[in-house]
Design a protein around this ligand. Sequence first.
Ligand SMILES: C[C@](O)(CO)[C@H](O)COP(=O)(O)OP(=O)(O)OC[C@H]1O[C@@H](n2ccc(N)nc2=O)[C@H](O)[C@@H]1O
Ligand SMILES: Nc1ncnc2c1ncn2[C@@H]1O[C@H](COP(=O)(O)OP(=O)(O)OP(=O)(O)O)[C@@H](O)[C@H]1O
Length: 312
Amino acid sequence: MTQPDPRTTTVTVRVPAKVNVQLAVGGRRPDGFHDLANVFLAVGLYDSVSATPADSPRLTASGPDTARIPLDDTNLAARAARLLAERHGLEPRVHLHIAKDIPVAGGMAGGSADAAGALLACDTLWGTRTPHDELLALCAELGSDVPFSLAGGAALGRGRGERLTPLATGGVFHWVFAVADGGLSTPDVYRECDRLREAAGLGATQDSVPEPEPDEQLLGALRAGDSAALAATLRNDLQPAAVSLRPALADTLEAGTAAGALAAVVSGSGPTCAFLVKDPETATRTAQALLASGTCRTARPTTGPAPGATVV
Ligand SMILES: C[C@](O)(CO)[C@H](O)COP(=O)(O)OP(=O)(O)OC[C@H]1O[C@@H](n2ccc(N)nc2=O)[C@H](O)[C@@H]1O
Ligand SMILES: Nc1ncnc2c1ncn2[C@@H]1O[C@H](COP(=O)(O)OP(=O)(O)OP(=O)(O)O)[C@@H](O)[C@H]1O
């Protein structure tokens, strides 16, 4: 059998978006990050990252909204390729192409997905065979959400969200994601969360905010695959901050709830809003109602959990 020519082979990796079904935010740490109890669920919106050998580093992208991602060496996918190459004493001679479908700056970890995808694609292309726990450590250097983008499924993230414990899920959850016009900056949303806490006289540092803890009822609902029980426990401590920065999100959340969703929550740092629904038919109806409400740009029905970064 003939072997593929390593100079022309392309490796493509598909990586999912995420929603945070619980995002409990502790006080601001001295390093500026916040300790979290972050229950991630990967969902079926995907970016693909392709790696092809090249004479020098190159980055291209396709899909809606690619005008809003940097195509220079600040792109998280390019940074991921450089980091892996550095670790193995290589030059990052690779052309990365990102086929983007995850909303940009939407609170669904799109940039993190591209970083995890680039790491796995380059590791496969270069034959560097980095052990999985080392890949996870490289992911954590790139960003707090990146380890989960590699892992997928469902997981509890502690620390700043990078220390993962996989979670069992007992079934499929149906979701609709309402994508907003424009994004929100994650650091701005954390800052606004601190500001709101201070304005309420609660304080924003670790001395004054209780240690975030995972909700056992929520973990039980995930384990049981029980959508109604999960709906009753969905929680995002960044939601008041996202709504404060983008008040129109309250209308989006209301429109999805009125359309029959079991629960509505801002996804991570927003502005995408996530609606948990009971079945695929309700997902289709809720997506149509959200679009008709004029409170979002698009509405995407999908399911979770979804697999993590996968070579396709
Ligand atoms: C909102 C979430 O998406 C929920 O999963 C994440 O916490 C954000 O993760 P991310 O985008 O990977 O964030 P990073 O790139 O690690 O950090 C960006 C900025 O977000 C803030 N940040 C992030 C994570 C965290 N636990 N505390 C923070 O305060 C910090 O200002 C940091 O400088
Ligand atoms: N590959 C990439 N894809 C998208 N954004 C990127 C990428 N690389 C760098 N960025 C920058 O990161 C910013 C955040 O984009 P991203 O789509 O990751 O946000 P997000 O989904 O809200 O992140 P999170 O949910 O992890 O907080 C963008 O505004 C963009 O300038």
